[in-house]
Design a protein around this ligand. Structure first.
Ligand SMILES: Cc1cc2nc3c(=O)[nH]c(=O)nc-3n(C[C@H](O)[C@H](O)[C@H](O)COP(=O)(O)OP(=O)(O)OC[C@H]3O[C@@H](n4cnc5c(N)ncnc54)[C@H](O)[C@@H]3O)c2cc1C
Ligand code: FES
Length: 254
């Protein structure tokens, strides 16, 4: 993990209210793994005071990409385009998805902006020789991003792309109709989706790793602002930023 100032190369909208920002950050790019995140001071002024966390979406040589929705001041500033000032960034932070080990087929499940870590995860899984199935859920078809992903199935709330309904229901149907060899689930998305997915994985006896989101401040385990209840270990709560963001689905209370 390091703090540095990095130049924004470009910012562009790639889907409905989803922006892709490219950052020239060789030191972080050489170290980052799928599932890790950056904590970004969106501008060098008093406000916004706190850094904003973003998953690393993709690595492209010395550059890193993040994708984000504009939801408030920090993301509005990032979406306004490259400023002349480099961005103050800490990263890579958090742990990473477990892409090695005893499984053959990787089932990637993303809800909304939970697609953010999936391209890097796909690249790592391909290097590890795993077969990949990707399930993406979104409100509607305009918010689907599928670049750099493999074997994609889609579910939307309004049925405007793929099947109508939740991505967990779509996966449940597919698991019922087909058999996979030693699968493992990897997921990122809103907590209700992760809760439903953890229950499905448990029911189906499939190991499952979940990348959790939590409001964060420091991003490095100091402020204690991102607790999640865990079922084992010496402490009742783990910190999402330091002990995660990736957790075994059986371990966390969602
Ligand atoms: C580990 C991690 C990785 C993340 N990765 C991404 C990513 O790849 N792309 C992306 O778009 N967003 C991601 N987020 C969420 C992102 O950090 C927030 O959307 C961002 O901080 C909002 O900043 P803002 O100043 O624009 O909005 P603010 O003014 O801070 O907030 C605007 C609104 O968004 C809500 N909000 C802010 N942060 C969160 C949050 N973490 N969860 C739920 N609601 C929130 C606030 O309650 C408020 O209603 C991630 C969060 C975490 C913890
Ligand atoms: S954000 Fe400070 S401890 Fe996690």
């Amino acid at each position: 993990m390091r703090q540095g100032f990095y130049r924004v190369e470009s910012v562009r909208e790639i889907a409905g209210n989803i922006h892709l920002l490219s950052l020239h950050a060789p030191q972080i790019a050489s170290a980052v793994r799928a599932g890790q995140f950056l904590n970004i001071k969106t501008r060098d002024m008093y406000l916004p005071l706190l850094r904003r966390p973003f998953s690393v979406y993709n690595r492209n040589g010395d550059s890193l990409e993040i994708i984000f929705n504009v939801v408030g001041l920090g993301t509005r500033i990032l979406a306004s385009g490259p400023s002349r000032e480099p961005l103050d960034v800490i990263g890579p932070l958090g742990n990473a998805f477990g892409t090695g080990g005893d499984f053959e087929e990787a089932v990637l499940v993303a809800g909304g902006l939970g697609i953010a870590p999936m391209p890097m995860l796909t690249a790592e899984l391909k290097r590890a020789g795993k077969k990949i199935h990707t399930y993406i859920g979104a409100r509607n078809g305009s918010q689907i991003v599928r670049e750099h992903m493999e074997n994609v199935s889609v579910a939307t709330d309004d049925g405007s792309a793929g099947s109508r309904g939740t991505v967990v229901d779509l996966l449940r149907t597919h698991l019922g109709n087909s058999s996979m060899t030693r699968p493992k689930i990897f997921s990122c998305g809103p907590t209700p989706m992760l809760r439903a997915l953890a229950a499905l994985a448990d029911e189906a006896g499939i190991p499952c790793e979940l990348s959790l989101e939590s409001p964060m401040a420091c991003g490095i385990g100091i402020c204690q602002g991102c607790p999640v209840e865990v079922k084992d270990g010496p402490r009742k709560y783990a910190l999402v930023c330091r002990d995660g963001t990736v957790f075994d689905g059986k371990r966390v209370v969602l």
